[in-house]
Write a protein that binds this ligand. Structure first.
Ligand SMILES: Cc1ncc(C[n+]2csc(CCOP(=O)(O)OP(=O)(O)O)c2C)c(N)n1
Ligand SMILES: [Mg+2]
Length: 662
């Protein structure tokens, strides 16, 4: 192995030596503790330390790194105190995630590290968002994200590299190619010779290097960093390496031929670098011992401190409180109005105005979606926005829901807000993982918020078939950490959208397509919030409560209009997560008979949760069983006759009559 020191001083080289040695010594100690049963799980990076160390040393300390499970060297080289890391690994409350996350699955804003979730791939696009933030602010910074060669088979890899290239983002993508993904060898993983060849397909530069040579990694990444900043382009680096231990310690290495260990033992990144320093007479025997002793003592001291951490105490209130980031008070005075005064607006125009005023209120707000720029979006909601706010803030995206939602999270890490438009709510399934696993959980996991609104044009009644008509809100109401909002009127649509953008948490914002152009009402011209989490009593009554939202509100109102003999109490939930249970209770108390109505299908729909809650908490006030009127448990059919038959609206009369009979 040839080491080229270039203009690095002896002092710097010794610093590099300590930097690569520390993670190795910590790991050796960890293996010992594992055997003694003192820690439960360990993903070893022994053999791969030159990559974490070289990459981290090549960056500025305030540049974000998104590491994986074998990158201890990233954490140590960002000077994270080992004691606190140990507390993290032991699940103590004074670790980096209050005992909520395992091993390296956490981040730290202070250290500009955004750790992985278990899913391989989703953090790749977060690096895009961070780099976009730097680009928008004209900062000379890059973001760096790691993947294993196995992770490159995930669609997220493709989406993240493609976005970075199309948007000219200064991101360094580092592949640690250690030849195996758990037991799967490279020839069962990909067929492109070298993974770096993929760079060409994305129209970016790439290089393959010896990932076991600390100076090669350092020097290459340092040069690439300058390239990325100067050219405002991404770069792909493939580092050849090998892991000397099992995938994780319990899984063994039987599937790897022994000769590979012999070959790679000869290329050990720590020993070879040590030898180079000794040969160059930079590291004497005495100094080597001194450094080793010093680091070992540091490790022992920190371990002792780490093991004296505190067990989490499982306080429900604290646990639930950390699901959401606290709202930040925003001064809304003087936000530009689009109209002179209050006037009737269609639902769709109210959404548009909510977006426009939010763009004026938040100079750090970026809109992203397919065809939303010059074309104005599938429903023309953002028409004219490019002229008003510029292409940097109104961003057409490639066709990649997952990558864009990940990018939105990256923007949030750098204090941007974003609104992502799903062309149709149905397509959110292609971005599902990012929403339910990254956006929803990140605040609970390590206190980072995801300031992202996802606009969801949803619902049927437009003859659009199974993939342009779904009511998929219940997919998300089951996910702690999300907020799910579903306005039914233009006034609420504008106010709730403004509130959603102001809210620092991830908000799924449902807009029923059939309401876009069919519902008009007086909407204030001012910039105002309709509070998230508060239901609206649309009508007070005595006979039957209809608890509903979205299109259901209008079905209930129509029905009530043509059945003047029944006194309906109509409650528009407006927010589905968190639910306004108090408003539900009050409505039940007024009538004693409840029908939960929604366009979503019956089984697993939100109606089940509401009915169960009422049965559990309002039993004394009930005069009849809680009923649910929902759409048929099939996909949404295309033909208008079938769709009408599918929709809950057609069964409303039957349910009301059954309730009246009690
Ligand atoms: C989406 C997803 N599928 C499967 C797994 C289970 N899993 C964890 S690590 C791993 C292998 C990863 O291999 P590679 O990307 O090469 O990284 P390495 O472990 O070799 O560093 C697998 C299959 C996972 N974490 N996420
Ligand atoms: Mg691998």
């Amino acid at each position: 192995m040839h080491f080229d020191r270039k203009d690095l001083s002896d002092e710097q080289l010794l610093h590099f030596y300590k930097s690569i040695l520390l993670p190795r010594l910590i790991e050796e100690k960890m293996l010992l503790l594992l055997r003694q049963g003192k820690i439960s799980k360990w993903f070893s990076g022994i053999g791969q330390e030159a990559i974490s160390t070289g990459v981290t040393l090549a960056l500025e300390n305030d540049e974000w790194i998104l590491p994986l499970h074998r990158n201890l060297g990233v954490f140590t080289n960002r000077q994270m105190p080992l004691a606190k890391l140990v507390k993290q690994w032991l699940g103590y409350r004074d670790g980096y995630s209050k005992g909520r996350e395992r091993s390296f699955h956490f981040g730290s804003r202070e250290h500009h590290i955004c750790g992985m979730i278990s899913h391989l791939g989703p953090q790749l696009a977060i690096a895009d968002g961070i780099a976009l933030a730097h680009k928008l602010r004209s900062e000379n910074k890059v973001s760096v994200v790691f993947t294993g060669e196995g992770g490159t088979s995930e669609g997220d890899f493709h989406e993240a590299l493609n976005i970075a290239s199309v948007w000219d983002l200064p991101v360094i993508f580092v592949i640690e190619n250690n030849g195996y993904a758990l037991s799967t060898p490279s020839d069962e993983q990909y067929r492109c010779g070298s993974l770096v060849n993929k760079a060409q397909g994305y129209g970016m530069e790439g290089v393959k290097i010896d990932g076991n040579n600390l100076l090669s990694v350092y020097d290459t990444v340092k040069g690439i960093r300058e390239y990325c900043i100067n050219k405002q382009r991404p770069y792909l680096v493939e580092c050849s390496t090998f892991r000397m231990r099992g995938h994780e310690e319990a899984s063994g290495t039987k599937y790897i031929p022994k000769y590979l260990f012999d070959i790679w033992e000869g290329k050990d990144p720590v020993h070879r670098f040590e030898e180079f320093l000794e040969t160059a007479e930079i590291l004497s025997e005495d100094l080597k011992n001194e450094i080793n002793d010093h680091l070992k003592k540091y490790i022992e001291d920190e371990l002792q401190d780490g093991f004296s951490g505190q067990e989490p105490n499982g306080d429900d209130e604290e646990e639930l409180n950390d699901i959401y980031a606290s709202p930040v008070w925003e001064n809304s005075e003087g936000i530009k109005t689009i109209r002179q005064s209050s006037s009737p607006l269609r639902f769709i125009d109210a959404v548009k105005e909510g977006l426009q005023q939010s763009l004026y209120a938040h100079p750090n707000l970026v809109l992203m979606g397919q065809d939303i720029a010059e074309y104005g979006g599938a429903f023309k909601i953002t028409e004219g926005f490019v002229d008003e706010f510029g292409k940097e803030r109104i961003r057409n995206t490639p066709l990649c829901e997952s990558g864009i939602i990940g990018t939105a999270l990256g923007l949030s890490l750098e204090n941007f807000k974003s609104v992502v438009e799903m062309q149709f709510a149905d397509f959110v399934s292609s971005g599902f993982n990012q929403i339910v696993n990254n956006l929803a959980k990140i605040h609970y996991r390590w206190g980072q918020n995801a300031d992202v609104v996802i606009r969801m044009p949803a619902g049927a009644g437009v003859g659009a078939g199974p993939f342009h008509s779904q009511s998929n809100e219940a997919w998300f109401t089951h996910v702690p950490g999300l907020k799910v909002v579903y306005p039914s009127t233009p006034k609420d649509a504008k106010g709730l959208l403004i509130a959603a953008v102001n809210d620092p948490n991830p908000v799924m914002f449902f807009e029923h397509k059939a309401l876009y152009r069919s519902i008009t009402e007086e909407v204030p011209a001012e910039y105002y919030e309709t509070p998230i989490g508060k239901a609206n009593v649309v009508e007070e009554g005595e006979d039957i409560s209809i608890i509903t939202y979205g299109s259901g509100v209008h079905w209930a109102l129509d029905y009530a209009l043509s059945h003047g003999d029944i006194s309906f109490d109509i409650l528009d939930l407006r927010t589905l997560l968190p639910l306004d249970y108090e408003a539900i209770r009050e409505s039940v108390n007024r009538t004693g008979k409840v029908l939960v109505l929604h366009e979503d299908t019956l089984i697993g729909g939100l109606g089940g949760e509401i009915a169960a809650w009422i049965a559990e908490h309002c039993f004394d006030h009930l005069d009849a069983p809680v009923m649910r009127c929902a759409s048929l448990d099939t996909p949404v059919p295309f033909s208008i006759e079938l769709e009408n038959n599918f929709l809950a609206k057609g069964r409303l009369d039957e349910y009301v009559q059954r309730l009246m009979e009690y």
